[in-house]
Ligand binder design. Structure first.
Ligand code: ACM
Ligand code: ZN
Length: 768
């Protein structure tokens, strides 16, 4: 008998698995968080309490009750008398900002106080991040803690391009849920672009009847899609009805998310022109663009026609009626002004308005639209091109082509959202690129996203207040499925969230990675696709004191690096990287990262190093190399690395000036041959030097010429040509070597830059 009772007690206990996090993993990291011993247990004795005058909190309460029910099956009652309470209260004179909150958890009670609905909602989100994110029979336990938390920025945004590929309202809601989980509050919905118009406009039904549909070539990469032919059936597309938009907006509002609609203009509107050809300059009918092929397509509204402005005011009126957002995004990017130059109406407008050029015509367009938007008590925001030709008086700027546009606008006291392509374009690669799904390009790793700060260093302190915040953009030319969309966003969105919410001073990459583990588990529990991170090994030469060493680096704090130097494929049984590797002979470094005994790279990183007498020695230039081509820094000519055919890496570049480099070998040395590697890359305005002169010196003052090698390859030779300029000398004793590579006087006749300064490039100065 006794044995049986013990068994029953044991079974009862085993059935009552406890779930509690030992170390909290909240992302974004709260401003202040103090964990205490003990737990508040979610059980049938718990109720949720809202004061009678705070019924506005009901949607937040319902959201939490629903989430807990999904996880545990416990339906927490609201405002029922109970032994244990979760109390939500909005208080006046709250010391934190509008979205801030206090969260206190003791074994007896949970309290969330805030100034507004937003703060209460975020307190509940922090609470939810202490639970598993999947149905469990475990007892939910919230660790005792106190949190004081508020966001650093007002605009914490994610963008989604639904034109290039259409995503259903259900996918949009999941995206909003993810944003809400990480306390992002602005959803920039890119509704209009060349390849699809995605919002119902009742006054202009063709926008969706025609402009929302294109011939389906989803199976081909974006750039390879042929244009539609007359007679082909447009079957790919979709759009949101105004009813669906209202539902999405309400869904977002409940989660403290403002949906900012983007109605792109005056360029990127081939879909509108396919629907209404008279909106363009040439008025020619066209089919909706299927992908990246723009041949003979009109993409711009005509800026000379008043009917275009009438059309846009009608469209914006319907848009503002369903999007309560104070900001309305009007695009403004990448306008090809060619059609305006050729259009008599546009030219007549310029004459009449006294506009000097087509940039000012775009500025006229934007100012006219802004006037309309402001008359409706809304604010206009656009991409940074709206600065060109003069910024509209009250416009806010979204800085995407780097930070320059944002800095310029903030200096003029205009509001700015930072969304620089590097690192905030989440359509760019985040790892690999070997083994990654095909992307548009770029390389924006999780660490790059985490490390970025939206307040530019060069911006004066009194202008910081104009930086509203930051946003990541998700363009979808290469993203056609929900799974792929999730993968591109997760986990980079979490790094963005921490940047825009948490204080910059508290950033800690290792701690972020520790907390990320909980969220990876959550993604798996929810069936979400995500990238485990960038496991590529960076191979970096470091020279000092005349010696060169190779450093290996991985972003992943938990991964180990293994390498080989003999050309063989590295594995977890190769040499473990523990300290920089000296370069004492020519060698080929191959390296992989290993996590949990698994090699994480489909292909190892590799880099060859060549040993020579100038390796690691200091180089002095007469004129500095361009800041756009810094390669590995000042001693790149002696780092042992030969360049590749692309000029972006490993090459020092000089524009319109000779490359004059002097290397100090440190002591008098026997030298028999000197070589400098150069490149011609016609389309990038890079040409081989006309000649290279070699000089030697023992004291660094008095040089004697030891030879000149002329160039024999014509500057008109297209494509990429590599050439080593070299000189053999009967063994000479020397300490200093000076090399002068003479730049081509100008880009040659027939070249797009004919007569303009040419570039000269070099990768290595080899001394034997
Ligand atoms: C953009 O990426 N064209 C704003
Ligand atoms: Zn025109």
């Amino acid at each position: 008998m006794r044995h049986k009772i013990l068994t029953i007690i044991f079974l009862l206990f085993a059935g009552c698995i406890l779930h509690a996090q030992t170390q909290l993993s909240i992302i974004p990291k709260p401003v202040e968080i103090n964990q205490a011993p003990g737990f508040f247990t979610i059980d049938p004795q718990v109720s949720l309490q809202i004061a009678a005058d705070q019924v506005a909190l009901k949607p937040a309460a319902d959201f939490f009750v629903g989430a807990v029910n999904d996880i545990s099956g416990i339906k927490i009652p609201v405002n029922k008398t109970s032994r244990k309470k979760i109390t939500l209260s909005v208080v006046k004179n709250f010391p934190l900002n509008n979205e801030g909150y206090y969260l206190t958890v003791t074994p007896a009670a949970v309290k969330i106080t805030a100034k507004s609905y937003a703060g209460i909602f975020y307190g509940l989100q922090s609470l939810l991040q202490t639970f598993p994110q999947v149905r469990t029979n475990a007892v939910l336990q919230v660790p005792c803690m106190e949190i004081r938390d508020e966001p650093r920025f007002k605009w914490r945004g994610m963008h989604l391009d639904v034109s290039r590929h259409f995503f259903s309202p259900a996918v949009i809601k999941n995206y909003i849920d993810l944003m809400a989980m990480y306390k992002l509050n602005t959803f920039h919905l890119h509704l209009v672009d060349d390849q699809g118009w995605r919002i119902e406009i009742k006054k202009y039904p063709a926008l969706t009847a025609t402009g929302a549909w294109r011939v389906d070539q989803t199976s081909l990469p974006w750039g390879a899609r042929p244009q539609a032919k007359p007679g082909e059936q447009p079957s790919y597309g979709g759009y949101y009805t105004q009813e669906q938009v209202k539902e999405i907006v309400a869904y977002a509002q409940k989660r403290n998310i403002t949906v900012v609609p983007e109605i792109e203009m005056p360029g990127h509107v081939a879909s509108a022109i396919a629907s209404y050809p008279n909106l363009s300059c040439n008025e020619k009918p066209q089919l909706t663009i299927t992908g990246g092929n723009y041949t003979d397509m009109s993409s711009n509204y005509c800026a000379g026609k008043d009917e275009v402005f009438g059309f846009l005011e009608d469209v914006l009126t319907e848009v503002m009626a369903i999007f309560p957002s104070s900001f309305i995004h009007i695009g403004g990017d990448e306008v090809d002004k060619g059609p305006w130059k050729a259009c008599p109406r546009c030219q007549a407008r310029m004459k009449k308005e006294g506009l000097k050029n087509e940039d000012e015509l775009q500025s006229y367009f934007m100012k006219r639209i802004e006037k309309f938007i402001v008359s409706k008590k809304r604010k206009m925001i656009g991409w940074d091109e709206i600065l060109e030709g003069g910024l509209a008086p009250e416009a806010a700027v979204m800085s995407w082509r780097g930070e320059a546009g944002g800095i310029e606008a903030a200096k003029m006291n205009h509001e700015v959202v930072m969304t620089p392509g590097n690192p905030y374009y989440f359509d760019h690669y985040q790892a690999g690129p070997e083994g990654e799904p095909l992307a548009i390009g770029g390389f924006n790793t999780l660490k790059k996203v985490y490390d970025y700060d939206p307040v530019p260093k060069e911006l004066a302190t009194e202008k910081h207040k104009y930086i509203l915040g930051a946003q990541a953009n998700v363009w979808t030319e290469y993203i056609s499925t929900t799974e792929h969309l999730e993968y591109m966003v997760l986990p980079r969105m979490l790094a963005l969230a921490e940047t825009v919410w948490s204080p910059a001073s508290g950033k800690n990459w290792e701690d972020f990675n520790r907390r990320l583990k909980y969220h990876f588990t959550a993604f798996e529990q929810k069936g979400l696709h995500y990238s485990p991170g960038n496991f590529t090994v960076d191979i970096m030469p470091i020279s000092s004191g005349g010696k060169t060493e190779v450093e290996l680096f991985s972003e992943m704090p938990t991964a180990k690096i293994y390498y080989t130097l003999d050309g063989t494929l590295p594995s977890s049984s190769s040499t473990l990287y523990e300290r920089p590797i000296p370069v004492n002979a020519s060698m080929l470094v191959k390296a992989v990262t290993v996590q949990n005994s698994t090699v994480m790279n489909p292909r190892p990183a590799e880099q060859a190093f060549i040993m020579h007498k100038a390796l690691g020695k200091d180089v002095k230039y007469e004129t500095p190399y361009s800041r756009y081509y810094p390669a590995n820094g000042p001693n790149s000519l002696t780092d042992g690395i030969r360049g590749k055919n692309g000029i972006g890496k490993f090459w020092h570049g000089f524009s319109g000036t000779n490359l004059v480099a002097t290397v100090d070998l440190g002591s008098v040395t026997d030298v028999s041959r000197i070589t400098i590697g150069c490149i011609q890359n016609y389309s990038d305005w890079v040409f081989l030097p006309t000649a290279v002169k070699f000089e030697v010196s023992e004291d660094g003052q008095n040089f004697s010429e030891v030879g000149v090698q002329e160039n024999s390859i014509p500057a008109t030779q297209k494509g990429v040509t590599r050439k080593d300029f070299a000189i053999n000398i009967s063994p000479a004793k020397t300490r200093f070597i000076k090399v002068t590579a003479k730049v081509l006087p100008a880009c040659p006749p027939g070249h797009p830059g004919a007569g303009k300064p040419a570039w000269v490039f070099a990768d290595e100065l080899i001394v034997e």
